[in-house]
Design a protein around this ligand. Structure first.
Ligand SMILES: NC(=O)c1ccc[n+]([C@@H]2O[C@H](COP(=O)([O-])OP(=O)(O)OC[C@H]3O[C@@H](n4cnc5c(N)ncnc54)[C@H](O)[C@@H]3O)[C@@H](O)[C@H]2O)c1
Length: 338
């Protein structure tokens, strides 16, 4: 039986990945390592088969503990989704946790990959490390685009990515780094942009929009992100970097209006809130490199409305999941991940 160590598998993208992989591969076992910060939620993985899904609560920045776990399980590969991810928290609440999780964490995993000869480590990163594109600029982020992070969260992610690069360059430690665009799908923490907009609209409350709303992101369904990682586990080349996106650029205002239309609410059920400092105008991914490996997303741009509709349905069907998070003290407020 193949064993995968997935870090951050109780969060949004990690839990979707674990669920998707276990469904696709009946002979796969996943050791899911998560610190269970406010964003980690065991409810996201509660229904998975316990004989093939082993949950371990641990901090990826804790080197002795991670060495112990990796030595015990000797996984065939490590995929690291674990990170502090909320941009507004990185601006307003200090950086300590971000540095530990997003910089130290990848270093600890790279070191353990080297020490225990793990065949492959995939470090999940974000397009935010590349900085911002202009609205009228005829340019996309490709794998060689220089890092130019504009906010503390992205700077920490870039730090982790560079440490991974250095382990390959110096020690030939088999590491791949990926940069994906904004994800949407089930199990996303309600403070993030799309789930927040859905929750607000379902309660007939206005959705907060930063500034002029013309912030453009390249939206990808979370399972398409997962299928890209699955492909890289099989065909990715260690030491390489892969960008992941589906050429689906949308402004925030466009998305909110689509959601409101789908929910049968007035399109002006929005409220303008003060813009975020250092707010990046546009992200857009050139995904030709991973596409050339044979990756075919299930929700390309033409199917975005289908993906959004499914997400709305999931939130409507899982109101209890959102309610429970609120009771845990989740902040459903004007902070939006965009
Ligand atoms: N959400 C997006 O749109 C997006 C886009 C591109 C890339 N990414 C990257 O994908 C990854 C997952 O993002 P997400 O949106 O699922 O995040 P999330 O905040 O929903 O989940 C993060 C998970 O990591 C865990 N975690 C945090 N610090 C940890 C630590 N020190 N040790 C162990 N576990 C820890 C949390 O408990 C949580 O379960 C991140 O690395 C993020 O940078 C996210």
């Amino acid at each position: 039986m193949r064993t995968l160590l997935v870090a951050g598998g109780a969060g949004f993208i990690g839990s979707n990945f674990v669920r998707w992989m276990l469904a696709k591969y009946p002979d796969l076992k996943i050791v899911n390592v998560d610190k269970l910060t406010y964003a980690g939620n065991l409810d996201n993985v509660a229904d998975l088969p316990v004989e093939r899904h082993i949950f371990v609560q641990a901090d990826i920045a804790d080197a002795p503990r991670m060495a112990q776990i990796i030595e015990e399980w000797r996984p065939d590969a490590i995929v690291n989704f674990a990170a502090e991810t909320h941009v507004d928290r990185s601006i307003h609440e200090g950086l300590r946790d971000f540095v530990f999780a997003n910089v130290m964490g990848p270093q600890v995993l790279a070191e353990a990959t080297k020490k225990f000869n793990i065949p492959l480590y995939i470090q999940i990163s974000t397009d935010e490390v590349f900085g911002a594109l202009g609205l009228d600029e005829d340019r996309l982020f490709h794998e060689e685009t220089p890092f130019a992070p504009n906010m503390p969260y992205a700077a920490c992610k870039a730090g982790g990515d560079l440490i991974c690069r250095s382990y390959f360059q110096t020690f030939k430690t088999p590491i791949i780094v990926t940069h994906c665009s904004n994800n949407y799908g089930p199990y996303q923490y309600p403070e993030k942009f799309i789930p927040q907009a859905i929750s607000k609209a379902l309660r007939d409350e206005p959705t907060p929009i930063y500034g002029d709303g013309l912030y453009v992101r390249d939206w990808i369904h979370v399972n398409d992100h997962g299928s890209a990682i699955d492909l890289l586990l099989a065909r990715g080349v260690p030491g390489e970097v892969y960008n992941i996106g589906v050429d689906n650029e949308r402004s925030n205002i466009e998305i909110v209006q689509m959601l409101l239309r789908m929910l049968g609410k007035p399109e002006d059920l929005t409220v303008t809130v003060q813009d975020r400092p250092g707010h990046d105008r546009r992200y857009a991914i050139d995904a030709r490199k991973i596409t050339a490996l044979g990756w075919v997303p299930e929700f390309p741009r033409e199917k975005f409305e289908d993906g959004l509709r499914a997400k709305i349905q999931w939130y409507a069907d899982n109101a209890e999941w959102v309610e429970k998070l609120k009771q845990r003290g989740a902040e459903i407020n004007a902070h939006i991940k965009i």
